[in-house]
Ligand binder design. Structure first.
Ligand code: ADP
Length: 449
């Protein structure tokens, strides 16, 4: 087992990883930018190294500085968390050149799954259903027209290098396609340095349902059931839950099997997520794979009573996946996570940085808060606006929602605006409570009424 791990990240996920390392008797090294000097991950790690100024590309994305920090402190492994370098194949490759174990899949797998068109093609070949569309990147507008008319409008055009809800456009008609094709390519080039685009059928009212998988170094992949992440704003998740209100045992088994098959086909090592769209008739389609731990992993941890970060570290150290141990108490528990962002929901979710003047976390049975924030903590404008996650678990979805409402009422954050008022309103919505929603739910939901 590793003796010392460097966490190449910040915020709640850095703290989350440090906690598990300490429970496992592993020493920890935090890295931080000058903007994060007073962060909890810096305080709770055994050692901390400053890696640069506030902008991410000079600190949390600065590979030479992170590798130097790892060398100076003599760590044996690096945990990349999510975001930043977690899906950067070069970083994974450089880590292994320096004999540092990257806690995640191989550079080849990161590369293959990071390019969305390649990932889709790989999954299709492994027998996983994919959204109907182009075979890989589309060469020209003429070809795009042909494919779109074959599959029928509306279609969605996606940047193969896109992510985080960016680089996608819904196209309603042939005229739209002509008008927007070049614009979308130029935008993709500017945002991702790659103008490759592919096309798929736009599924009108889907649920976003993803399967958590873990693979070991011996070719075994197991899954830990699904998370429903259909509550999204501009393709970004705000609420996640498990089990999904629309997934029955039969569908769960089919999706789980498809996810395992897909991950196994690339010898997937580590924790990963296979994202699917599920249509109204229960058909499901592969959308993309995230080759890292995800923000919403605690939802799965709470229903299985299982530490996913610990499992990541164990498989990286060469242990076998716990496999069957994932299954026993399947779905006698329900869990839900809401993202607490420093954003003003009354003002188009505009970021709201600043000093937190009062901070009180909810507690009690079945309530978990993963956050790096505290009273007097200053949220800087440099990084993403998520300041924490509130996760509750109980024995039914109804109880989960009741508990969530209670916990949200207890949560006090003053000095900045947060998404708490939005979540309170959502929990009281009848359709949400009945579990009747698609990825487009928030387009129609006016929480101010
Ligand atoms: P990203 O990598 O940017 O998160 P994804 O491919 O995971 O992008 O898609 C994000 C969201 O966009 C999905 O959860 C879904 O709401 C929507 N979406 C993506 N593809 C389609 C599609 N073919 N039809 C309908 N909605 C889609």
């Amino acid at each position: 087992m590793f003796k010392k791990i460097l966490i190449a990240n910040r915020g709640e996920i850095a703290l989350r990883i440090i906690r598990t390392c300490h429970e496992m008797g592993i020493r920890t090294v935090a890295v931080y930018s000058t903007a994060d000097r007073d962060s909890l991950h810096v305080r709770f790690a055994d050692e901390a190294v400053c890696i640069g100024p506030p902008p991410s590309r000079e600190s949390y994305l600065n590979i030479p500085n992170i590798i130097s920090a790892a060398e100076i402190t003599g760590v044996d492994a690096i945990h990349p968390g999510y975001g930043f370098l977690s899906e950067n194949a070069d970083f994974s490759r450089i880590c292994s050149e320096y004999k540092l174990k990257f806690i995640g899949p191989s550079p080849e797998v990161i590369e293959a799954m990071g390019d969305k068109a390649t990932a889709k093609e790989t999954m299709r070949r492994a027998g996983v259903p994919v959204v109907p569309g182009s075979d890989g990147v589309v060469a020209s507008l003429a070809q795009a027209r042909q494919i779109a008319s074959d599959i029928g409008f509306p279609v969605i055009i996606k940047a193969t290098a896109g992510g985080g809800g960016k680089g996608m456009r819904i196209i309603q008609s042939a005229a739209d396609l002509d008008r927007l094709w070049d614009m979308a390519r130029n935008e993709a080039m500017a945002a991702f340095g790659n103008d490759g685009m592919y096309i798929e059928k736009y599924i009108q009212r889907p649920r976003h349902i993803e399967i958590q998988v873990v693979g070991d170094q011996y070719g075994t992949v197991s899954h830990l059931s699904e998370r429903d992440c259909s509550i999204q704003r501009r393709h970004q998740k705000l609420v996640e839950e498990s089990p999904s209100p629309v997934v029955n045992q039969e569908l769960r088994e089919k999706m789980g099997e498809a996810a395992v098959q897909g991950a196994q086909s690339v010898n997937y090592e580590g924790a990963g997520t296979i994202e699917f769209l599920v249509d109204e008739d229960g058909s499901f389609y592969f959308m993309e794979m995230n080759t890292r731990i995800q923000v919403e992993h605690p939802v799965t941890e709470e229903i299985f009573f299982f530490d996913l970060i610990k499992e990541q570290i164990k498989v990286a150290a060469g242990e076998k996946v716990s496999g069957r141990r994932y299954y026993p108490n399947l779905h006698d528990r329900f869990a839900m996570e809401v993202r607490i962002n420093a954003e003003d929901p009354y003002n188009d979710f505009r970021p709201s940085p600043g000093r937190i003047t009062a901070f009180h976390k909810p507690g009690g049975h079945g309530v978990r808060v993963d956050t790096h924030a505290y009273q007097d903590y200053v949220i800087t404008p440099y990084y993403d606006s998520m300041i924490g996650k509130l996760i509750v678990s109980a024995f039914s979805r109804e109880e989960v929602i009741q508990k969530m409402e209670r916990a949200l009422d207890e949560f006090v954050i003053e000095g900045i605006k947060t998404t708490i008022p939005f979540h309170k309103k959502l929990m009281r919505d009848d359709r949400f409570r009945r579990g009747e929603f698609t990825t487009r739910f928030l387009e129609e939901f006016d929480f101010r009424n």
